[in-house]
Design a protein around this ligand. Structure first.
Ligand code: TRP
Length: 325
């Protein structure tokens, strides 16, 4: 039997190219060797926003980006958390297996509280790694492709699995994180993270002229003011993009930038062309899919049926072990 990979994302609408590099590319590679489940974590959105008016549309936009990028829903079901009640059931049981002080020590949650200026964290927000543990263990996930920031949640998932197994008997594996080897792309403003909410992102769906316009404004080495000033590619986000999307010319660009032969304007133009070209097939596929929203909805319903079956088997096993009958 193939090992199970559980990957998930919160639905934030259209994805950016950082999502592609940091996550999707990895998922696509994994789909041949593992049984993958692709979760749209729509309930998780509630932890930071109660505005749910766009949640369905955002989930669909995200699914379109996944499929256009190469996720094959026939191989790997795509489904929404909110449509499979077993997530919330298992979450309730798991919430008895971990203390609040353990959850308060989670560095990722602490960081979020600080970054978002949250005065009083809600019970649900503090417990979101517990819901995440239910997401993973419901499908008996062995591996979870995540970024560094999610590793503490996987550790909590392992602790919960151990606690359940030692209390009621072996049901769950202890999942391991799979870190993607290419770290997230920096944002256009030089921020370490590309993010839609920081308004520093290039979207997968952006047209070539949008990419060009966005890159034109990207922050580069502040010491390179004129074309002939020598630049420092190691601190330039545009150079990071070149490394990813234009590997064949990276060396030449590095030499040109350092020696002052290559100016930022030209370097950015080259870079936008490469990014536009790289995502051309994804953009085309995306346009096709946008015209067939019924098909996307059917894909989700189908994925939900398949996921629900697996989830129900696990929940029955849980109830049996716990002697709920
Ligand atoms: N917490 C993840 C995030 O904020 C999203 C997520 C929810 C997830 N459930 C998951 C990721 C299960 C992997 C597995 O990005």
């Amino acid at each position: 039997m193939k090992k199970v990979v559980l990957s998930g994302m919160r639905p934030t609408g259209k994805l950016h190219i950082g999502h592609f590099v940091g996550a999707l590319e990895n998922w696509i590679k994994l789909q041949n060797d593992f049984q993958n489940f692709h979760l749209i974590a729509d309930y998780h959105v509630l932890t930071t926003s109660l505005d749910t008016s766009n949640i369905e549309r955002d989930s669909i936009e995200m699914a379109i980006d996944w499929i256009a990028s190469g996720i094959d829903p026939e191989k790997s079901p795509i489904f929404r958390q909110s449509k499979i009640k077993e997530h919330t059931e298992l979450h309730l049981i798991f919430s008895m297996l971990i203390t609040t002080s353990r959850l308060e020590r989670n560095p990722t949650v602490k960081e979020q509280v600080r970054d978002l200026n949250i005065e009083n964290i809600t019970y649900g927000h503090l417990g979101y790694p517990v819901l995440q543990a239910a997401d993973i263990l419901l499908y008996k996930g062995n591996y979870v492709p995540v970024g560094e920031d999610q590793v503490p949640h996987i550790e909590i998932t392992r602790e919960i699995a151990r606690k359940f197994n030692s209390t009621w008997g072996e049901v769950f594996p202890e999942p391991e994180p799979l870190l993607s080897q290419f770290a997230r792309l920096p944002g256009l403003d030089g921020n370490a993270k590309m993010s839609k909410s920081l308004n520093n992102a290039i979207l997968i769906s952006d047209e070539p002229d949008e990419i060009k316009a966005k890159l034109r404004k990207a922050v580069t080495d502040p010491q390179k003011i004129r074309k002939n000033d020598p630049g420092r590619p190691e601190i330039c986000l545009v150079f990071t993009y070149h490394k990813k999307f234009n590997p064949e010319e990276t060396q030449e660009i590095e030499i040109g930038c350092r020696s002052g032969v290559l100016g930022c304007v030209e370097c950015k133009l080259k870079c936008s062309d490469k990014i536009a070209k790289f995502f051309e097939p994804v953009r085309e596929k995306r346009k096709e899919l946008e015209l067939k929203l019924d098909i996307i909805k059917d894909i989700l319903v189908e994925g939900e049926k398949r996921a629900r079956k697996v989830a129900q088997v696990t929940m029955n096993e849980v109830h049996e072990k716990m002697m709920f009958g």
